[in-house]
Write a protein that binds this ligand. Structure first.
Ligand code: CO
Length: 187
């Protein structure tokens, strides 16, 4: 396995709609999938789409945020890992929620984005098996962010307002006085 380079918006691949993955092609992509999982974890991300590592393919990996017990300790094995191939959002809730997002391709910045509170995703897993998944809250947000990557869309395209975009330093400085409730997902 290997840690891959993550590209930034200067690279046009990040802005291209990615290509569907065929069943035969998927067999050859298993090492890439493992490398993407390793790269996401090494970067402390919760998601990584193939275009972010320079491959214009409809493929992404997602790892959900951990759950914590009453003492604030991380519950072991409480994170779920998903490999999604040719994913599509087939339903989205009317309800939306604002949240703070980051992106491994835009290091050092965060912004406020409105996302559907819940989504249903039709996808294939890494072995080509069809799945229908339903998510809400932060997990739904991560999936929407990753599927946007497959369409050349970045979170900075969807800010609730242009000024709702900060360096991490600015955001955390202001945020200390506000609330520790908000979570930043770097994907
Ligand atoms: Co991203």
């Amino acid at each position: 396995m290997a840690i891959l380079d993550i590209i930034t918006p200067e690279n046009p691949i990040l802005r291209q709609p990615a290509e569907p993955v065929s069943r035969d092609q998927l067999k050859t992509l298993q090492p890439l999938i493992d490398d993407m999982i390793e790269t996401m974890r090494a970067a402390n991300g919760v998601g990584l789409a193939a275009p972010q590592v320079g491959r214009s393919l409809r493929l992404a990996v997602v790892e959900t945020l951990p759950q914590y017990d009453d003492d604030g300790d991380e519950i072991p094995d409480s994170r779920d890992l998903f490999v999604i191939v040719n994913p599509e959002i087939v339903w989205q809730s009317r309800k939306e929620e604002d949240g703070i997002e980051g992106c491994l391709s835009i290091p050092g910045y965060v912004g406020e984005v409105s996302r559907h509170y819940a989504v249903r995703v039709q996808t294939q897993n890494r072995y080509g098996k069809k799945q229908r998944l339903k998510f809400n809250g932060w997990t739904a947000r991560i999936f929407q962010h990753e599927i946007d990557h497959l369409n050349g869309i970045l979170f900075t395209d969807k800010l609730t307002a242009p000024e709702n975009y900060w360096t991490e330093e600015e955001y955390y400085k202001d945020d200390e006085e506000e609330s520790a409730e908000r979570v930043v997902s770097a994907d």
